[in-house]
Design a protein around this ligand. Sequence first.
Ligand code: OFO
Length: 173
Amino acid sequence: MLSPQMIDKLNAQINLEIASSHLYLQMSSWCAHQALEGCATFLEQHADEELMHMRRLLSYLHETGALAVLGAVEAPPTSFPSLTAMFEQVYAHEKLITAKINDLVHLANTEPDYATLQFLQWYVAEQHQEEFLFKSILDKINLIGVTGQGLFFIDRELAALATSKQPANLPQG
Ligand code: OFO
């Protein structure tokens, strides 16, 4: 059985995952509007992944007999100064998610709540991968540049990343 504080924090995380999906879907739409189809597809897939992160938390709350509470989702920005600035925002957002997961882990460890501690390990590993992924995208953008044909090549890289995404990220069972 989860503590009231843990239920509140897991619910906050559920709502944050929904907000993340919303943000990435809006970014995807902005990219499509800029004719950056590869980036748009990649971000659309990532928005789906965030919903999967949310569902995993939702299931955990249900398994423990707790109620999931969904709140209002804040509207994300609809335009971005540049592709670089947009991916910098994604990277910063993922670092925020990591901090929130770390807070949850800290609470589970101090309560202690070993079942939740174990459950959260998947998110710890996932956040490591997500930060690595977006840092490497930013590195590519900085390497290739976004002037001239640079944008075309970056969009192609993101299209390749989107098609190579493995269903390994999906929850098991
Ligand atoms: Fe992109 O992160 Fe969810 O958890």
